[in-house]
Design a protein around this ligand. Structure first.
Ligand code: SF4
Length: 297
């Protein structure tokens, strides 16, 4: 039933977007706060002021997203599993979103807390095998893998952000994940220069090489990016900023992401899940097939 609702909603959304030019929000991101228990090389989110939302604020924002037409909601941070307000935990916010009528509730986590939740999907950040991941994210690999192996959640995915430190270990990582039955897929992003062009950043030529390798390897491994999404990234031609994504952080609403408004940053953006959405809206078959498979999970 859930997948029929998704299919129906997705089809209706794409058709009204294409033919009636309605740009209601599709993806809503809710930043619960910006605190984190890690200190990863590439991330300075914890420096952005965004205190813990109250439960009432989170409900108010969820209600507003829903009234505007949003049916997919992401919970992010900081680390969202750290969130609490009085007796309320993240699970209460997830339950509220489901009861409200959201079709997909998704958590972006660093994976260092137990992965037990009623959210429909959990994306766990892991940036390589032990040595590489721990160089980028601190000593977390063992703890994250323990949590993954202990989890009964039916829809766990990895978020892998490619940078200059981990780019040569992608295929070894894919091989490793092929043997982890709890993980349904790996989604690949590129490091975006949110804070400037540091040594993690890969230039366009470097990205093309990696994308070519991913395209060649896609069918051997659990790579969630679609063929259309990868090819669009290779051409660097996906529309951005994407006007159907909204992010709420600390009282501000942003279009597309929290760093919106910088054209050069957008040109070098590595947030490839938006390339996927763009390809779905352009009726690319492999992107649609991928999205259907993903939402049927
Ligand atoms: S950097 Fe630009 S394109 Fe990328 S997510 Fe942010 S606003 Fe969107």
């Amino acid at each position: 039933m859930r997948s029929i609702n998704h299919l129906f909603f997705g089809l209706k959304y794409v058709l009204t977007y294409r033919f009636l030019k309605e740009k209601t929000p599709l993806i809503c991101g809710l930043v619960m706060h910006n605190k984190c228990n890690l200190n990863c090389l590439h991330c300075r989110i914890a420096e952005r002021p965004a205190e813990f939302l109250t439960f009432e604020e989170s409900r108010r924002i969820i209600d507003a997203f829903y009234s505007e037409g949003g049916r997919t909601i992401y919970f992010e941070g900081g680390e969202p599993f750290l969130w609490h307000d009085r007796e309320y935990q993240l699970e209460d916010v997830i339950r509220y979103s489901h009861n409200k009528g959201f079709l997909a509730t998704i958590i972006y986590t660093n994976g260092t807390y137990p992965l037990e939740t009623s959210a429909d999907t959990v994306f766990i950040s892991l940036d390589g095998l032990k040595e590489t991941n721990d160089l980028i994210r601190g000593k977390t690999f063992d703890r994250i893998m323990q949590n993954i192996l202990a989890s009964q959640h039916p829809s766990l995915y990895i978020n892998f952000t490619i940078n200059n430190y981990n780019k040569d270990g992608i295929i070894d990582f894919c091989n490793f994940i092929n043997g982890v039955k709890q993980i349904k897929g790996i989604f690949f992003y590129f490091h975006s220069p949110y804070y400037g062009y540091d040594d993690l950043f890969i230039n366009n030529e470097g990205k093309k090489e990696i994308l070519t390798r991913l395209i060649e390897s896609k069918n051997k491994y659990k790579i969630l990016n679609s063929m259309a999404g990868l090819k669009s990234a290779l051409r660097n031609d996906w529309n951005r900023p994407l006007n159907i994504c909204r992010i709420y952080e600390g009282g501000e609403r942003y279009l597309c992401c929290r760093f919106a408004g910088n054209e050069e940053l957008c040109r070098n953006c590595g947030y490839l899940s938006y390339a996927e959405i763009d390809q779905v809206l352009k009726f690319r078959i492999s992107a649609i097939r991928n999205a259907v498979r993903y939402f049927q999970a």
